[in-house]
Ligand binder design. Structure first.
Ligand SMILES: Cc1cc2nc3c(=O)[nH]c(=O)nc-3n(C[C@H](O)[C@H](O)[C@H](O)COP(=O)(O)OP(=O)(O)OC[C@H]3O[C@@H](n4cnc5c(N)ncnc54)[C@H](O)[C@@H]3O)c2cc1C
Length: 58
């Protein structure tokens, strides 16, 4: 749905990553350059057939 942004699924880590996730969400909503590449967090990763990997290099 165009214009719908979802920031969820933090499970037991939402306090720790909440500030950075909030900044990323704000960047996406405002169409600013995002803090980090949001590609790995896309919702379609659960359905597009790509392998889900964690990039811990940043
Ligand atoms: C016991 C426990 C320990 C934790 N310990 C840690 C920790 O040590 N470190 C850490 O980083 N994270 C921890 N977490 C995880 C962290 O608390 C969550 O990841 C974080 O609170 C999620 O934030 P959120 O804003 O996404 O959701 P939430 O904090 O769940 O906020 C959602 C809000 O939406 C409201 N809401 C829901 N439905 C509606 C509706 N229909 N209309 C209006 N309002 C609605 C709810 O009342 C709530 O206020 C812990 C969680 C638990 C349960």
């Amino acid at each position: 749905m165009p214009g719908l942004f979802i920031g969820t699924g933090f499970s037991g880590h939402g306090f720790g990553i909440g500030p950075a996730a909030g900044k990323l969400m704000a960047d996406l909503v405002a169409n600013d350059t995002p803090l980090v590449d949001p590609y790995m967090f896309r919702l379609s990763r659960f359905s597009d057939g790509t392998k889900i990997v964690i990039d811990a290099s940043f």
